[in-house]
Design a protein around this ligand. Sequence first.
Ligand SMILES: O=C(O)CCC(=O)C(=O)O
Length: 251
Amino acid sequence: MFLNQQQVSDYKTNGFITGIQVTEEDETQRYRNLFDQLETKEGREKCQIGLVDRHFDQKFIWELATHPSILDCVSDLIGPDVLLLATHFFCKYGPQEKFVAWHQDVTYWGLEPAEAITAWFAIDDSDRENGCMSVIPESHHDGIREHGKSDQAGNLLSINQEASVTQEDEKRAFDLILKAGEMSIHHGKIIHGSLPNRSTRRRCGLTIRYIPPWVKQIEENSMKRGWKVILLRGQDQEKNFGECPMPFSIN
Ligand SMILES: O=C(O)CCC(=O)C(=O)O
């Protein structure tokens, strides 16, 4: 086990854990340099939320998605059989009004049961000033809330979705402050979002989504396509998704 019993129990109760160090300083710097190179190639506009599933062509993203420390933590939480569902960067440049509205990840993913888990790996330091992610603790216990459209301009979410939250919920929000190279892990049903980046520093995080093998896709996701799911650890007896080969080997 990589996580201790307290962390496993906190995840079950609160729907998240945070401050887990994944990479040492030189490795963290290497990943930041590789992201910087991708950013130069793709442009900032695209980098905000347009880098989806690039683990298929960018080896460094694949390396992070299959990083042993991340997989060890994920296995401790969802079991020994781990499938990679997707990767997606959320990159906010500052100072700007772009934000991520409150939402629950699994709402538009078409999965049944809607069980997914996300590792949010900090490429850059992520704090209140540059718009770190916030979660509403324990909100993953209450099922899927109604999602409408955000009436505030600048929501980075693909279909401008926003979950209805009360002022009480907002008061309980917990900020996931991370140093580059650390990660938080959140449950697919926890309500989370992030405020605008008010700093002049970039705030980039790689979200890595995983599922256990008993999850099926029963509807199209909001990107109107099937997931390209890869078995990373253990076994997939269910074979609910077509076989997708690994784009690179696992180190
Ligand atoms: O990085 C953020 O600010 C939001 C990330 C997010 O919404 C997610 O992981 O689903």
